[in-house]
Design a protein around this ligand. Structure first.
Ligand code: GLN
Length: 261
């Protein structure tokens, strides 16, 4: 294989984005310049990436970035690759609180930082704190910040002892630990994906502890699995009020918002 067309014809998974990445050409340029001959170094780089991709490494770990909302985020194997459904949490948060008023926001289990960084970037008047248990993930999140954010290491609410927030958001791990869907996700950090037998171990901790860290009338916003909404509403109903449920853009139950009593 020597020119772009040969590679496009190869049927290799993600071949067009891999070509774009190596040759720094747009999709349109790949088509209009399809007889372009790759240099030996370009061929070597591309062939190494094709090998990684066919070995199952996700494209975003090869390119090192993933777009989310209006920004591009660095991602590494220390972080989950951002999912488009998590953009729902951003839309809900942006609708919830006035843009020009101060707000203390906490994003727990921030991973690559998508929730904290996107909301801080959109709302310059908000004070944003982001936590993660993983030091590696926090380093990535810090590198993605576009504004001042406080990053703290630790599990769920442990790093913010004594602090309160107007809005606490999390996209926690929520997959059942025996779920066969995990067979497709072997390159991503398992601690960012699973939470016990029913996938709710971390969500239970968050729902129990969040009321101690919310201001009066403060909100908790959580992403969850498509079949967990009713159980989460039940868990919330002890200490929360105004519980609202949301579907993602694929019409799957995906998020809950609740206000502390
Ligand atoms: N949404 C992820 C997935 O479906 C699961 C983990 C998470 O985002 N909390 O792969």
């Amino acid at each position: 294989m020597n020119n772009i067309q040969d590679y496009l014809n190869s049927g290799t998974v993600d071949i067009a984005p891999l070509l774009s990445l190596v040759l720094k050409k747009s999709n349109v340029e790949l088509i209009t310049q399809s007889d372009y001959q790759l240099s030996p170094i370009e061929k070597q780089t591309l062939d190494a990436m094709i090998k990684q991709r066919t070995d199952g490494i996700p494209f975003s770990y090869i390119s090192g970035t993933k777009g989310f909302y209006h920004l591009d985020f660095k991602v590494t194997p220390d972080t989950l690759i951002p999912r488009p459904e998590t953009e729902l949490l951003i839309d809900i948060a942006l609708d919830l609180l006035p843009k020009n008023q101060p707000c203390q926001l906490l994003d727990m289990g921030t991973g690559s930082g998508i929730i904290a960084v996107t909301l801080a970037d959109k709302n310059p008047h908000w004070t944003v704190t982001a936590t993660d248990y993983s030091a590696g993930a926090l380093e990535v999140a810090k590198s993605n910040a576009t504004t001042q954010i406080e990053f703290l290491q630790g599990s769920w609410l442990a790093p913010v002892a004594g602090q309160t927030f107007d809005l606490i958001i999390s996209n926690p791990p929520y997959i059942e630990e025996e779920d066969s869907y995990l067979d497709d996700l072997t390159h991503e950090p398992i601690t960012a994906l699973t939470a016990g037998k029913d996938g709710l171990d971390d969500i239970r901790i968050i729902i129990n502890e969040a009321p101690n860290h919310l201001t009066k009338g403060g909100y908790l916003l959580l992403e969850h699995g498509h079949d967990q909404q009713a159980r989460i509403v039940k868990l919330l109903s002890k200490k929360f009020t105004n519980i609202q449920t949301f579907q993602d853009y694929n019409a799957k139950d995906r998020a809950v918002l609740a206000q502390v009593n």
